[in-house]
Ligand binder design. Structure first.
Ligand code: GAL
Length: 882
């Protein structure tokens, strides 16, 4: 026995010597039926989804720090196989794909990491994360019991696990990784693969665990996951979720806090009151790990957007917006929620299953009270650990319930959190956090709004001079080839470009022409089925187009006597990222392509010789690069020139001063792609969302992605993010490829920030969450309810409060930008707020009579409403000088 003990010490110290943790003291992660167990202790964990390639490495530290400040414990990311292995066997881990750097940054911030390797990830990411070359492995079938697929998958998953080990990034090595995921929602498609599906799922689980990563693995939406894998829930709500074994904890791998957007659609938003309700209900009903999908959504730069048809922005209505600015009140309200849940953690981890109290058909409480057996002495509420969640799931009514002798009024569709089973620290429907309204400012010297804001040397603008070069229609190089029949789009392009030209030639006789004339008919091109977008040209003239997913197209065409060239431009707009049999889906055309209405009947063009040309000349010349040696044939494009479709344009611009995020305003354009200093900004498309269907949003009741939408009648996406790190101060190269006849002169560079900020807090609102952790409060002698609520305001970094637009302590009415004084108003409201806030980046004001020089109206609940304006700190000087 002594012998064994000695060996254990040696083994432990060797492990410490070899892998002394860089970020944490090495710790083990396991789980029981209640929670993850981190270093021997159960934990309630808040996780935040951030996909590293949807931001630049320069943005990562700030995003991670905002995540931490927002009260998360864990950062979650997928791994993007097609980004890491663009060519089979050639790995790429640089720039936005420097995953090791990302994980290390998470570790050094003190947060944990949940790595979802997939390697199928869905994620509205091109081809769901699969490299397109994977389809070309002869005999391969994705995500099923196919040895070729399994070999490739295993090779990549092992590569990632080994890489993380080599870099000492697992918890037992002192790194931040506490949990891994294999596959992604395979349960949704498993039955499509019959018994092979089940075999594959079991294989994937076993393969993953066999890699000896030393931390737990999860599978999401996998009700039949094996006993050694945690099956987890994804959705808008997961509070009713039960894993498939009572030995497993209740985990929520994707809490959809917003939704993605398609070109031409309305933009979805999820109200934070409902989101907070969903999270509180989850922890109330026994959940212990919850991940926001997404905490920061970011941008689908380049051609990484999935599809079909997803926009370049992946903002997702997340708490941190596409540019890395806080989205308020979402971020702030969740921060308060997280603080409230943290206060309950000691009780939540101490109790295996809560006590349940039913108040009414739609009101209930879950009480987590630690029962202390040993001393036999009765402990007071404060000494024993006790936390409670009181829920009202009625969508319409506020209800007052009696809990432990005290009355609590619960707004509709809300949860009150009582960390001490007595005082309400937080209610999901009462938002105290500030609302921020962002303004995007012109970066144009001619815009008066802009001029007012700028000191002269910071005036930056897009040059008035543009160059252009026309993209050929159809064949442009000797890399073209001819084939008898119609080839599947991806088989030809290998996704090196969105574009594939198909050209054929048809002879039209005199007789056909007179047949059409006499019968007043016109022939039509008939495509049996196509996706995502096709443009049809006859003799190089644009004739029509269609967009959709496997739809039929009938396009009347004008043909002349003799030879006619028919050119089809097939386009992908993000490869399919969801569903079974992804490798079989393909793109472009299916079935016959015919010319109908001819004298001799239909002509089957599928039987013709077609010439194929992959991509655009400009793409392959890299016309967008900063390399001056490329001779692209640019010529000056005067302001009065008539624009033609399929044109490249270039110009130069200076970056806006300051630190605000920079965007391109493409509202004047049609469809295309853009590059800044050689970096691919992404696809743009000014498709307009339907005029109707954007309703005012009520947070109450079950959410779905159509419930709360904006942008009706406006372009789905107007602004395209240019990360600051891709910009120089002056002379930035902007190259765009435009498919329609739009002129580039109206394009502008803008920068955006939270300009208007409002907050609204009543005297009966609960005190700031940090009051709970103040030293005076440990014994429970000071009730947090004796503490005074506070109103907080904060401008974005680099901005200060330049004016107070509204301030009233009393009974103000209305909401942000529409506040008005009520019958009760403390006369010094404005001066109190002004004094506390003006010229500062942030300020706090206690909401009480004392602060406003006495009670302005007795026996009335008073509210403080404030609206302020923020300005860039560097502009204030000039504004004041005027
Ligand atoms: C889930 C999927 C995610 C993402 C999400 C929608 O089903 O697992 O990867 O696609 O839907 O945003």
């Amino acid at each position: 026995m002594g012998f064994g003990f000695r060996w254990m010490i040696v083994a432990i110290s060797v492990q410490f010597l070899i892998v002394a943790g860089e970020y944490f003291k090495p710790f083990n992660v396991s789980y029981d039926h209640r929670a993850l167990i981190i270093d021997g202790k159960r934990r309630m964990l808040i996780s935040a989804g951030i996909h590293y390639p949807r931001a630049t490495p320069e943005m990562w530290p700030d995003l991670i720090s905002k995540t931490k400040q927002g009260g998360a414990d864990v950062v979650e990311t997928y791994v993007f196989w097609n980004g890491h292995e663009p060519v089979r066997g050639q790995y790429y881990f640089e720039g936005r794909y420097d995953i090791v750097k990302f994980v290390k940054q998470v570790g050094s911030s003190g947060l944990y990491l949940f790595l979802r390797i997939g390697p199928y990830v869905c994620a509205e990411w091109n081809f769901g994360g699969f490299p397109v070359w994977l389809r070309d492995v002869p005999g391969i079938e994705f995500r099923t019991d196919n040895v070729l697929f399994k070999d490739e998958m295993k090779r990549f998953v092992k590569k990632m696990v080994d890489l993380m080990k080599e870099e000492s990034l697992f918890s037992w090595q002192g790194g931040p990784i506490i949990m891994l995921q294999i596959e992604n929602e395979y349960g949704n498609v498993e039955s499509s693969y019959g018994s092979r599906g089940k075999n594959y799922m079991r294989w994937a689980a076993k393969m993953a665990v066999g890699l000896d990563a030393g931390v737990p693995w999860v599978m999401c939406k996998q009700v039949d996951a094996p006993e050694y894998i945690i099956d987890a829930c994804n959705g808008y709500y997961c509070d009713g979720f039960k894993p498939n074994s009572d030995k497993k904890p209740i985990f929520w791998t994707e809490n959809w806090d917003g939704w993605y957007t398609s070109w031409g659609d309305r933009v979805p938003h999820r109200p934070v009151e409902d989101l907070a309700f969903a999270v509180a209900r989850f922890f109330q009903r026994g959940g212990s790990f919850q991940n926001y999908y997404m905490y920061f959504g970011g941008t689908n730069f380049g051609r990484t957007s999935g599809g079909p048809n997803y926009i370049t922005s992946y903002d997702y209505d997340a708490p941190v917006d596409e540019y890395g600015l806080l989205s308020q009140p979402k971020w702030g309200h969740l921060k308060d929620l997280h603080a409230a849940i943290k206060l309950c953690e000691p009780a939540l981890i101490a109790v295996d299953s809560p006590q349940y109290i039913k108040f009414g058909s739609k009101q209930e409480a879950h009480v987590y009270r630690e029962i202390v057996h040993s001393s036999g002495q009765k402990l007071s509420l404060y000494e024993s650990k006790c936390s409670a969640f009181l829920a009202n799931i009625d969508e319409h009514k506020s209800v007052t319930v009696k809990f432990l002798g005290q009355a609590y009024t619960l707004p509709p569709w809300s949860v009150s959190i009582l960390p001490d089973c007595k005082n309400v620290a937080f209610n999901t429907a009462k938002v105290g956090a500030q609302t921020s309204i962002k303004t995007v400012r012109f970066n144009d010297i001619n815009d008066p709004a802009y001029l007012r804001m700028m000191v002269p040397n910071q005036v930056t603008r897009i040059s008035e001079s543009w160059n252009s070069v026309k993209e050929p229609i159809g064949v442009w190089s000797n890399s073209n080839f001819t084939f008898h029949g119609i080839l599947e789009h991806l088989n030809v392009t290998k996704d090196r470009s969105d574009y594939l030209w198909y050209t054929t030639r048809i002879h039209i006789s005199d007789e056909d022409i007179s047949f059409w004339k006499d019968n007043q008919l016109s022939p039509a091109l008939n495509i049996h089925s196509m996706r995502d977008l096709v443009y049809i040209y006859v003799n190089s003239q644009f004739t029509g187009g269609a967009k959709g997913k496997w739809i039929k197209v009938v396009q009347p065409v004008n043909l002349t006597q003799g030879y006619n060239d028919i050119t089809l431009l097939s386009q992908t707009v993000g490869l399919q990222n969801y569903g079974a049999f992804l490798e079989k889906d393909g793109a472009g055309f299916r079935g016959q392509i015919k010319l109908t209405g001819c004298k001799s009947g239909d002509i089957d063009l599928t039987e013709f010789m077609w010439t194929y040309q992959v991509g655009l000349k400009g793409e392959f010349l890299k016309i967008f690069s900063t390399d001056d040696n490329i001779s692209a044939g640019w010529t000056e494009f005067p302001r009065d020139a008539i624009p033609s479709n399929f044109s490249w344009y270039k110009t130069h611009f200076d970056a806006p001063g300051g630190v605000d995020p920079v965007v391109l305003d493409f509202r004047s354009m049609g469809k295309g792609q853009a590059w800044v200093n050689g970096h691919h900004i992404g696809r743009y498309w000014t498709l307009i969302a339907p005029k109707d269907g954007c309703k005012p949003c009520d947070y109450r009741g079950s959410y779905d992605s159509d419930k709360c939408t904006t942008n009706c009648g406006k372009p789905t996406q107007s602004w395209y993010h240019i990360p600051r790190s891709w910009l120089k101060a002056t002379d930035n190269l902007l190259v765009i490829f435009e498919e329609t006849e739009k002129t580039p002169f109206e394009i502008s560079i803008k920068s955006g920030f939270s300009e208007t900020i409002c907050a609204n807090i009543s005297e009966n609102y609960y005190p700031p969450l940090n009051a709970w952790s103040s030293p005076n409060n440990t014994s429970g002698k000071i009730s947090p309810n004796t503490l005074i609520p506070e109103l907080h305001l904060q401008c974005d970094a680099g901005h200060t409060i330049s004016s107070i637009e509204f301030a009233s302590y009393g009974t103000p009415r209305g909401s942000c930008r529409k506040f008005s004084k009520g019958s009760c108003h403390a006369p010094n409201s404005f001066s109190v707020v002004s004094e506390a806030c003006k010229g500062r980046n942030s300020c706090s004001i206690a909401v009480s009579n004392a602060v406003f020089g006495g009670d302005p109206c007795h026996r009335v609940v008073k509210t403080l409403s404030v609206e302020i304006r923020c300005s860039s700190s560097s502009y204030i000087g000039s504004a004041l000088m005027k």
